[in-house]
Design a protein around this ligand. Sequence first.
Ligand code: PEP
Ligand code: MN
Length: 369
Amino acid sequence: MITMPLNKWIPNFRSPLVIAGPCSAESEEQVLATAHDIAKLEGVKVFRAGVWKPRTRPGTFEGVGEKALPWLAKVKEQYGMLTSVEVATPKHVEDSLKHGIDIMWIGARTTVNPFAVSELAEALRGTGVPVMVKNPINADLGLWIGALERMSRMGISKLAAIHRGFSIHEKSQYRNAPIWKIPIELKSRYPELPVICDASHISGRRDLIEKVSQKAMDLDMEGLMIETHIDPSVALSDAAQQVTPKVLGEILANLDYKVPYSTDSGFENELESLRARIDRTDHELLELLHGRMKIVEKIADAKIKSNITAFQVTRMKEMMDERVNVGEKFGLSKEYVMELLRVIHEYSVKRQTDLMDRAHVEKSEGKEK
Ligand code: PEP
Ligand code: MN
């Protein structure tokens, strides 16, 4: 995937890229009043507004449609911000192009559908319009990457990913669970791909937006999308998660902005010596794991002789509980210890079944002779 950094497609780019504006364009007055106040904030470069709204249930507000596009053209003309909308069909792309929309994004409900994504990629091909792809509703990194690839294959290199959280079954304080390891994995695979955090759709409520945005900054994400409405109390969609331009300004002022590297030699030296300790610790851990595997092999021998299964569910449960207790004494979370032990145990069982398989083959061969 060949992608361009944000500074190549956002004029006068300053990190982080802030995209703000209402969930939905509702009226010309609402759009222009919101844009007027957002434009006063330093560093907000891109205005967003949903024009066609993919709503969960019919009969709710589904956006005003094409007639909102001239309002966005006015935002650009009067306040100098770039404009962005969500597109879900080739017709949306065509209409948006007609009205000079600068950036288009693919919504979470569209990213899940490879047919729809392909049609959009075809419609966007050769237009030069930057495209931002939201993660699919479900926690499926492959589907997210697939949608980005479909854009990339059509020659779209002004490409970014938007992390908007995932719909999960478990109860959570978030509207869409952030599952940060997924955007981290995306960034590890495609280091050049800009990743923007949609803190509003993750949060679902205003009071969480600053915390989520800070986390995104701490994880070196390159931008924030924050839904902003001149009067959230009367918003026709996502009222609980929209903030006023004034609150947006406060959030942006409160955030600690960080960089992934430093030019301070004192800090670099300290980091280097701490990292040397981490390296040594990891080597010790690997040596211990090697020793552990040798014991596992002895256990496998004993089990083979006595015809005992490799996997013993009661043993696994006891071991997990015991390790979680020990871990807690060291201040290690239950989740961390469980995840670690799960992998260690999984590979122990695998080693044992591999050895059992070999013993079985040898025994059968012995019988044949
Ligand atoms: C939106 O940005 O208003 C929207 C509908 O988001 P998502 O696709 O993330 O649900
Ligand atoms: Mn919304």
